[in-house]
Design a protein around this ligand. Structure first.
Ligand code: FMN
Length: 202
């Protein structure tokens, strides 16, 4: 049984839609996919706490981290979660789990890479095994489906121009497809990694 946890914060819905698309991809490989949303309400006096979410993360084989890019880095709500989850670092509970990351922002660049770099460092501190995005930008193959249209390899990026008049969040169709492929890739990598672990232990 391969269990994938997708843990993310989303203020206005784009990162949430991306997380759902990643889950669609992961479910092509395993039925055990948890979507775990971090919210500001889980933070009291600056400290994040949600025992149910932590229990699910502790037993997952892979954790996919997602945050919108705020001022070139992870959102404060997500950072509060990441810092609180350092409790798992003391016991090395997440060591050797598969890790991956995704982000969303309004500008084409928007310094999204800062978010992915931080998430990959965070995973490395836990001793996790980071998997990148792995999709060649489809335009290089003459395709127009928009897969990896932003050319991101460390993790998955999406972009939606800021809608100043409000309204429902929407995802670019290429970003949605990129996220689905990403979810499938991470689940496949996790399955493979778990088989190796069993073989080595035998
Ligand atoms: C506090 C704040 C900081 C932001 N900083 C950036 C930024 O550095 N780069 C960028 O391109 N967009 C920035 N944005 C825009 C968000 O990344 C964008 O609206 C994104 O879609 C939010 O994701 P969400 O819908 O999942 O909350 C910022 C938004 C907020 C609220």
């Amino acid at each position: 049984m391969t269990t994938i946890a997708i843990v993310y914060f989303s203020g206005s819905g784009h990162t949430h839609l991306t997380a759902e698309a990643i889950a669609v991809g992961s479910r092509k490989v395993t039925h055990h996919v948890d979507l775990l949303r971090i919210t500001g309400e889980q933070i009291t006096n600056g400290r994040w706490q949600d025992d149910e979410i932590m229990a699910k993360l502790n037993q997952a084989d892979a954790i996919i981290f997602g945050s919108p890019t705020y001022m070139g880095g992870v959102a404060a709500q997500f950072k509060a979660f990441l810092d609180a989850a350092s409790s798992a670092w003391f016991t090395q509970q997440w060591k050797d789990k598969i890790a991956a990351g995704f982000t969303h922002s309004s500008s084409l660049s928007g310094d999204k890479q800062g978010t992915l770099i931080y998430l990959s460092i965070y995973a490395a501190q836990h001793g996790m095994v980071w998997i990148g995005a792995g999709e060649h930008p489809s335009s290089y193959q003459g395709k127009t489906d928009g897969v990896n249209r932003l050319g991101s390899f460390l993790g998955t990026m999406g972009q939606t121009p800021m809608n100043l008049s409000g309204g429902e969040a929407v995802l670019d169709s290429g970003d949605r497809l990129t996220a689905e492929y990403f979810g499938q890739r991470i689940a496949q990598a996790t399955k493979r990694w778990n088989l190796e672990k069993v073989a080595i232990a035998a």
